[in-house]
Design a protein around this ligand. Sequence first.
Ligand SMILES: [Zn+2]
Length: 388
Amino acid sequence: MSALPLRAREILDWLATQQGAMLALLQEIVDIDSGSYHKAGVDAVGERLKRFFADEGLMISTEPHATHGEAIHVRLEPEDGAGGQVVLLGHRDTVFPVGEARTRPFRIANGRAYGPGVADMKGGLVMNAFVLAALKRFGGTSAPLAGLITGDEEIASPFSRPIIERVARRARCVLNAEPGRASGNVVTGRKGGLFLHFEIFGKAAHSGGNFEDGISAVVELAHKVLAMHALTGFAPGITVNVGLIKGGQSVNTTAPYAEGQIDLRYVGQDQRAPALAALQAIVDRATIAGTTGKLTLRNEFLPLASSPRSQQLFAGYRAAAAELGLALDGEFTGGCADSGFAAAVGCPTLCGLGPMGARAHTPEEYLEVDSLVPRAQALALTILRLEK
Ligand SMILES: [Zn+2]
């Protein structure tokens, strides 16, 4: 570390003094409910972050949306149009309902911070914000640096996906601040995921008076659910989960209708079409004669696939972390994220660079307080090294 150039030394030293300020900002934004469908809350978190950026002299622009939180772009300097940005990506929406932050507000116990979205990924947003501020304070970057904060990741980014893709197409790389693994590892690969809805149409009949006239959509659903789950392992890494079902009209009516929701995960882009075709075949094939089915794709995440350039980016991150005394590796996970959209347009992308945490989407979600500063430093040093 003694060999670090002065500017890098100044940046790392400044970040080292910021844990208290980081926690203060984190507390403020964790205590604002920002479920993906709660636009007012998602926007309120955005306003707080914009105030931070403005105070630090960073440039802000936004892309508004009628029902989702706006996309917030942050830059150190006015955009020159040349592209090649290093993009720090993050989402500010959570999976939690309105009232959650009041029920269990931000708190710290035994070195861990708790609260809705504290790790996934408000901790990562705070880290990105302070890294942007640090590089602005100490002379900018030679590779242009930008931040992108979205508000609909937890519902597969219906509004933000094209924005992420547009930004990633022109970017030098995308660094996504989803929570770091509990081990300290970052994420170098993710599965793709499809959320699908299926419907089954049968025929109602009085189940006492004229049972024989009925065609049960519920029984057909039972057959289909088993067949769908049996697709798990259909190719390496493929999983199928029917997570929600409902159907029927009354206890004494053969069910005219049933429906369910499917989460299909796969590893490689070449697995997507065959897996989807296999699901479609199950929906189209009637075990109970007279039923019909319909399959609809609702939401989709693309896989974060590794490439020679993303491996090089990871090697750079690992070297920077090692210089700071952090030993870590890259990990593959079945969880999906916005990083898949960036990687899918050919942009070198790393994920899970945020502070370490676990139990996302549950009340036990936590963030390791002492990882805030080191992860910010590792990210800043990675960016400085990229400039060469
Ligand atoms: Zn997340």
